[in-house]
Design a protein around this ligand. Sequence first.
Ligand SMILES: [Zn+2]
Length: 327
Amino acid sequence: MKISITVVVLMTTVACSQSGAARTQDNAQLPQPQPAVATACALLAQIDSTALLRDLERLAHDSMAGRLIGSQGAIKARDYIAARFDALGLEVPPGGRLQRIPVSSQRLPDVEAAWNVLGVVRGTTQPERWIVMTAHYDHVGIGRPVEGDSIYNGSDDNASGAAALAVMAQHFQQSPIGRSILFAAVDGEERGMWGSRGLVDSLPMPIGTVDLNINLDMVSRNERQELYAAGPGRYPQLTAVVEAVQPCAPVRLMLGHDTPAAGPGNDWTNQSDHAAFHARGIPFLYFGVEDHPDYHRPGDHADRAMPGFYVNAVRTIIETARRFDAR
Ligand SMILES: [Zn+2]
């Protein structure tokens, strides 16, 4: 979920819209860049893009029926993600792979509980400090038909973020950072952020050891190749982290959408699961795109993802996490 009305803040320190491969070729004919920049570009992570796109299709498939919290489709999605975390061998936190979150029977009378899926990758040099990476896997289920289609598949929103968690976990497992990372696919965002609020209330580590929440919600498509990193407007110490990634990012990495100055509806601070962390004073980086014509419509299908953008968005998010950890 995430509603924007107009584009207001466009801080373009941008960056390059070319792919990393194209830029490498160009560099051969250009004056040598600063060593720090060249190194950073060279290190941009490769990810399992086949798994990423496969998981996106599975989670956004009609058989998941739009993944409404409490529905059989959401249970299927939960179990699919848990099986992925199991297959990767992600460490199970003390409370288990699945975290049961009570919900209000008054507000959600047909829902027994929300379910989060958790996995851990231990850090190398300060494993007692944490980054929590979240993405909601629920969507809005089956609703009013549009052109005969009543399944709101929620591919970009937010099968894209949930699928990204698994490949990011795989990456950090193979190449860990100093801090430990908790990967949390959370439930019930669309109906009140039950999963993320419950997670923050029942973290498997002391809340004071969480240095950052990285939240993904809608990361698989944008016509202008723009990916926002919201949060630095609230936590200025994060600005330099994002600015360090911008010159090397293979997408247009944007700042903004994180203060009242963005205008009504355009401040995303409380519009997705990072809000639960922000409410406890934990800094967040929220990665997402501006709304598109399929936003919260049955047409949000996996085949409308932009694979090149999607893969590069995930690589950019990984790089940002690495830069944060290294500072
Ligand atoms: Zn969403």
